[in-house]
Design a binder for this molecule. Structure first.
Ligand code: UD1
Length: 434
């Protein structure tokens, strides 16, 4: 396992180009098996989660090829409807194969998904929705079997606008008999991207991004028209914005979908950052010291994204004054704060509320990443902290960031990835500290 060594204190300056959105790539890749032919995806990030998804596709019989950021999936010969336990446990989004396999093979057999430990993350909304579409589902504690000779369109009212459940419904009902209407779907930009991909393959989906989605089932899909380009990663953008903000930097981000970032712009403006926006670039210029913000509440899109919460908390830890952040989506999403406080930050957690008393200085620390975005928050703190910090368990970070160290180094950070030759494991690390 690698670790990151960061010598903090450098202001970030310069420009980088953002990669495509992980959370778009994963559902779109799982939807490629609906197409008995070739799907070409541009701007597909090279991430651990994407690689795992490509391996799952290969295991199902697809031919997969990557050239740079272009991925080609030939799903002409899908020959299995089962996904093994190891692959399923590696990431939560593998649950999306339930809908795509059901559609393609009329059955799916999968284990319960894993992913970041940020809350209970049940899948009841997915299961109920698929049952309403006519699937027969049996669960045995660790695995799920799903069968349906034909999926039939119906009206599905979601009790909560779950991103994954909305994607599973869209994927499974794209080829179906009749019309499916989703009331209270998730409205995230990645849902729109998935619908655009499927529509370019002949699906008939309207309303994605709004509060009602209508899917008129078609008989089959064809190869996507030329190619589909995955939207830029908005969470990646907010990560580099937070890194720039805490270091008092001035950076330009290229390949940004500005409209997807409107929920985070007011927060950075309130911190005192200046934002210069064009169609697909964003320059952020931070003040020497950030200002506190009154309060942030994470909410489904178009609210402030839960995935940006930890990075923004890290930036606010060094702001002047006290800020309050409430996490409304995942109950366990402040686990990283214990590690963050090792940098000398002063953050108190009260159930789902973080009270961030901004400190004047951060000092170096040796910490481990608890989860993907929590890990990114530690990187941000280390960029500001005086002296050398190490971050271990960075396999979590690699799930969502392509070469984070190279991009930050391009912006002037003193950061290196090195082999963890001491054999530090999270367990040994925790014992050593206690
Ligand atoms: C997706 C994103 C993740 C992001 C999250 C919220 C991907 C690959 N992951 O995750 O990065 O943080 O959206 O924006 O796109 N819930 C249930 N029952 C269900 C499903 C969800 O109770 O069947 C609850 C969850 O426990 C959680 C909330 O709903 O508290 C949100 O989950 P959901 O929107 O489904 O998130 P994911 O699709 O897992």
């Amino acid at each position: 396992m690698d670790i990151l060594k960061i010598n903090g204190g450098n202001k970030l300056t310069g420009e980088i180009t953002l990669h495509g959105a992980k959370n778009s790539a994963l559902p779109i890749l799982s939807a490629t098996i609906l197409v008995k032919g070739v799907s070409v995806l541009h701007n597909c990030p090279k991430l651990k989660d994407v690689d795992e998804t490509l391996s799952i596709l290969e295991g199902l019989g697809c031919k997969v090829k990557r050239e740079g950021s272009t991925v080609t999936v030939d799903a002409t010969d899908v020959n299995s409807s089962k996904i093994d336990e190891k692959a399923m446990r590696s990431m939560r989004s593998s649950i999306l194969f339930l809908g795509s396999l059901l559609s393609r093979c009329k059955e799916a057999s999968i284990f319960l998904p894993g992913g970041c430990d940020i809350g209970a993350r049940p899948i009841d909304i997915h299961i109920n929705a698929l049952k309403q579409l006519g699937a027969e589902i049996t669960e045995n504690g660790s695995s799920i079997c799903c069968k349906a000779d034909e999926l039939k369109g119906t009206k599905i009212v979601l009790p909560f606008c779950s991103v994954g459940a909305t994607e599973n419904i869209i994927i499974s009902s794209a080829i179906s008999n009749g019309t499916t209407t989703i009331i209270n779907p998730a409205r995230e930009p990645e849902i729109v991207d998935l619908a655009n991909f499927l529509n370019s393959c002949g699906a008939d989906i309207s309303g994605a991004g709004n509060s009602v989605i209508e899917i008129k089932g078609v008989k089959r899909l064809h190869s996507c028209n030329n190619y589909h380009s995955i939207i830029p990663d908005r969470i990646l953008a907010s990560t580099y914005m937070s890194a720039c903000a805490i270091t008092g930097g001035d950076i330009m981000l290229n390949n940004v979908k500005v409209s997807t970032l409107t929920p985070v712009f007011p927060v950075f403006s309130e911190m005192g950052c200046k934002l210069y926006i064009t169609d697909n670039t964003l320059r952020i210029k931070a003040p020497a010291r950030l200002k506190k913000v009154r309060s942030i509440k994470t909410l489904p899109y178009p609210g402030f994204p839960t995935d940006s919460q930890s990075m923004v908390v890290a930036a606010l830890s060094n702001a002047k004054g006290t800020s309050v952040v409430k996490e409304n989506i995942f109950e366990n999403r402040f686990r990283y704060v214990n590690e963050l406080n090792r940098f000398g930050t002063d953050i108190e957690i009260n159930d789902r509320i973080a009270i961030i008393n901004g400190v004047d200085n951060l000092h170096s620390a040796n910490v481990f990443a608890t989860d993907l975005r929590g890990g990114a928050a530690l990187v941000i703190a280390a960029l500001k902290a005086e002296g050398e910090s190490t971050i271990s368990s960075i396999e979590h970070i690699d799930r969502g960031y392509e070469s984070i160290e190279n991009n930050l180094a391009l912006l002037g950070a003193d950061i290196k990835r090195i082999k963890n030759e001491e054999g530090f494991t999270e367990e040994k690390f925790t014992k050593a500290k206690s």
